[in-house]
Design a protein around this ligand. Structure first.
Ligand SMILES: Cc1cc2nc3c(=O)[nH]c(=O)nc-3n(C[C@H](O)[C@H](O)[C@H](O)COP(=O)(O)OP(=O)(O)OC[C@H]3O[C@@H](n4cnc5c(N)ncnc54)[C@H](O)[C@@H]3O)c2cc1C
Length: 453
């Protein structure tokens, strides 16, 4: 059998040199190899047929969604892989209002899910910055994003998954039942597995009623340290923010230049952009007042973003950070997470590494859940110096993350970029258990080999 027999529509199959460049590049990983083919199935049956074909031909498979991954997980690294790009499987199939469940195909972009459910009065809380990522990719990386501090990550909204396994068999994991004490939780094993165990072909997502009111507030601090302690004070006061994003002045300046917008506060060295949502307007104003009271002697400025336009402007600046950085310099963004009481210490440490290694370091992140995006900038460094400094910096940084009880990735995944650090930072017994699980499900190491483990 030929691949052309499995995918007969020529517009949905690219072979060898015809593979578009987009599959050979990545935001973060540079050493992308040539692939054997890229297939864009329309149906689950085509995914099954492609997996069976790959088994017959001895090919490795990489599942791909929006290609926005930043850990090198969706890119070919060996050469000769078959990429199964599920972006054409992009139908929203059903909103079941009785169980508050949305059924979708894996290639539906996140922004379509969000706007579809909101148009019906519902809410899908996970909110990664990359709105063009797909739900299949979000599940494979257990994507987090801005609202994780109150609502959790993608994992918390997956009720059930249809998955094609490495032998071509299909299985449904999870169910519409709210509770389960019925054996191993295989659905959760597949969430965050970065395409190493199966290809998601259908998803049932939990949705919530859309909160009626929300309000954002911008808090300006005179230092990064006082911003991080302010975050802890907000969390301890029981304000339950929907989002609590931290960024330095030097970080937001890239967004300001890129968008030609100005953040509503130009004072201070660090900011926290906070949103509160509720079904009662009074609750929001009470919580804003609480924040104003507890931080009165701690902030340089508090700016309530009263209109939707002001709110949108501040969030647009926050969302543009990464894209803005791309215009000005090459960089590497990290995704470390530490227990929330060590967040300030972690960020302080990145600044000592800036001095030690002579690398420009900036930080932003989902402060409410201890997830720092430390970014190291290449700027004028030549390639050899950049690589040497980068490696020394990462070695020091991940050692500190481990000391603080943290993990190498909070939401972007391990891919190839963080693989050596996962290995160093994990308990060997736990790592071996993961390898045994991978081997049990994918004995021929066909799905995304060389990634994660
Ligand atoms: C500007 C920008 C902002 C970002 N902000 C955030 C953020 O706030 N929070 C966050 O968590 N991430 C963020 N990310 C990272 C990225 O968007 C997420 O990792 C996202 O979940 C990847 O989804 P994708 O559809 O693009 O997947 P891809 O990049 O195509 O693939 C990522 C991984 O998922 C696997 N995969 C894809 N589809 C399937 C499938 N159907 N079945 C099995 N495996 C599959 C791939 O094999 C790969 O391992 C950001 C990225 C960018 C570029």
């Amino acid at each position: 059998m030929k691949l052309q027999d499995v995918i007969q529509d020529k517009t949905r199959l690219f072979l060898d040199y015809d593979v578009p460049d987009v599959y050979r590049t990545d935001y973060s990983y540079k050493e992308v190899a040539a692939v054997r083919a890229v297939a864009l199935p329309n149906t689950e049956q085509e995914v099954i047929d492609l997996v069976k074909y790959a088994n017959e031909e001895g090919l490795s498979i990489i599942a791909r969604g929006g290609g926005t991954g930043v850990a090198g997980s969706q890119v070919p690294i060996h050469g000769g892989e078959l990429i199964i790009d599920v972006q054409r499987m992009n139908k929203i199939l059903e909103l079941d209002e009785e169980t508050m469940t949305l059924t979708v195909e894996p290639g539906v972009p996140l922004h379509e899910i969000q706007s579809f459910v909101e148009s019906k009065g519902y809410f899908y809380p996970p909110d990664p910055g990359s709105k063009h990522s797909t739900i299949g990719g979000n599940i494979a990386t257990n994507a987090g994003g801005m609202r994780a501090v109150k609502y959790g990550t993608t994992r918390d909204y997956v009720r059930a998954l249809d998955v094609v396994l490495p032998d071509g068999e299909k299985v449904t994991l999870g169910s519409l039942n709210i509770k389960s004490s019925s054996g191993y939780d295989l659905k959760n094993l597949f969430i965050g597995s970065e395409g190493t165990l199966g290809i998601t072909t259908k998803v049932k997502l939990k949705v919530l009623p859309l909160p009626k009111y929300k309000q954002s507030v911008l808090l300006a601090f005179d230092s990064l340290r006082s911003a991080t302690s302010g975050v802890l004070m907000i969390l301890q006061a029981g304000v339950e923010p929907t989002a609590l994003e931290l960024f330095e002045r030097s970080t937001i300046e890239y967004s300001e230049k890129f968008t030609s917008l100005k953040l509503q506060s130009q004072k201070g060295e660090a900011y926290v952009l906070m949103t509160i949502d509720s079904n009662e307007a009074d609750t929001i104003s009470r919580k804003v007042q609480t924040v104003q009271q507890i931080l009165a002697n701690h902030v340089v400025e508090i700016v309530p973003l009263a209109s939707p336009e002001e709110e949108e402007k501040a969030w647009k600046l926050r969302d543009a950070i990464l894209v803005a950085l791309m215009q000005f310099t090459e960089y590497e963004m990290l995704d470390e997470v530490v227990p929330i009481n060590r967040f300030a210490e972690m960020i302080d440490y990145t600044k000592t590494l800036q001095e030690k290694h002579g690398l420009h370091v900036i930080n932003f992140g989902h402060a409410g859940d201890g997830n720092v995006h430390t970014v190291i900038l290449k700027e004028q460094l030549d390639e050899a110096t950049w690589q040497a400094k980068r490696k020394a910096f990462l070695d020091d940084l991940y050692k500190k993350v481990a000391e603080l009880g943290g993990l190498p990735s909070a939401e972007h995944g391990i891919g190839v970029m963080k693989k050596p650090y996962l290995e160093k930072m994990s308990n060997p017994v736990e790592l071996e258990l993961m390898r045994k699980i991978k081997h049990a499900i994918d004995p021929n190491n066909r799905f995304n080999p060389g990634k994660l483990l």
